[in-house]
Write a protein that binds this ligand. Sequence first.
Ligand SMILES: Cc1cc2nc3c(=O)[nH]c(=O)nc-3n(C[C@H](O)[C@H](O)[C@H](O)COP(=O)(O)OP(=O)(O)OC[C@H]3O[C@@H](n4cnc5c(N)ncnc54)[C@H](O)[C@@H]3O)c2cc1C
Length: 382
Amino acid sequence: MGDELRVLLLGGGHAHLAVLAAAAGWPPGLAVTLASPDAHTAYSGMVPGVVAGHYPPHACQIDLERLAARSRVRFLRASAVALDPSARSVRLDDGRTLAFDLLSIDVGATPAVPAAFIDAVATGRVGPMVLAPCKPFPLLIERVERFLVDTEGTPGPLETCVVGAGLAGIELALALAHRLRGRHPDGMRVRLLSGEDRLLPTLPRRVGDRLARACAAAGVEMYLQARIGSIEPDGTLLAGDGRRFGARLALFATGAAPPRWLAGSGLALDSSGFVQVGATLESCSHPGIFAAGDCASVMQHPRPKAGVYAVRQGPPLATNLLRAATGRPRVPFVPQREALALVALGPRTAVAIRNGFALGGPAEGLLWRWKDHIDRRFVARA
Ligand SMILES: Cc1cc2nc3c(=O)[nH]c(=O)nc-3n(C[C@H](O)[C@H](O)[C@H](O)COP(=O)(O)OP(=O)(O)OC[C@H]3O[C@@H](n4cnc5c(N)ncnc54)[C@H](O)[C@@H]3O)c2cc1C
């Protein structure tokens, strides 16, 4: 036992799924441990489909404990709360400290909730309003379900807001509109609040326009330059310019922030606080420490935070962990220049976005079936 090389995996994110699978074939002498707050992890591609009611919540869940057991990886149900990269140890929220020889971090990002909302999002309620962050996914799904139960049979139109209009916010707003349609006798209202002056400003205008048309067709009201800064005791959201948005449910899809426990650890971080790694996914400051997925920033290949890149990083991450364990040179990870995004539109339709173009129209039903097939296969094969 004492001679074993200790490999610690933090988080069961998309990249670590490939590492867990590869670990089944790793040679003896490696003692691999996975620490995750939950025995399951959610596959992000299916989450809007769960909100829309196309899938039951368990359909997007991947059983990490089972994957770990299959690969003789020790599973610990715990979260990392501190890292000392020089002492090569991690403190867990159950009080344990784990020493490691090799570390891999794939803990995702946390929602960048505006400061005024951190407490309200943590408790989940202000007055009659239910608040939900878009991550962790189980919490998002639980709170949407709680809102549906709370508002069953209540008078007045069912008012909801999605704060943040990136791809995730747009998909959630469309999913919600689909789920609520016809559910309430007095109708429903889904408002999508963007802090920008147009939808998806980092993409060509035609992509944002395509999704704006999808929102309009679904009855999702879009508000631009509506940067939400505070909340009133009755749950009304206030924009910086004084506009007021009352709602019984507010979903926050306001971007990705780094896990707070990484700050001040001594590990090299980028200017936003994500782990700086090279093309081999190894820390720029501490050899033997790797990071992948949303919590990492690959200096040579800046890309948006998306599950598709995290998934692609899995195989080279697994290779490099084994190479590091056996003292061999690492291999570089080369991401595709731009990933395909299949964006669900609420009902069983989707548009495809790639290289600045959005494809939909008569193909929308087919694109959804393709997305559904890819997503189900990913979860089934994990
Ligand atoms: C609504 C929505 C829809 C999306 N749809 C898509 C899509 O269709 N396509 C796409 O490419 N991207 C999509 N994304 C983005 C995608 O969710 C992320 O980019 C992706 O999940 C990142 O994967 P990851 O491996 O970094 O970590 P995650 O998938 O976030 O997993 C991190 C894991 O680490 C665990 N963890 C967290 N903190 C700790 C800790 N301290 N210690 C131990 N474990 C910890 C978590 O419990 C979790 O299991 C979507 C995002 C949202 C919000």
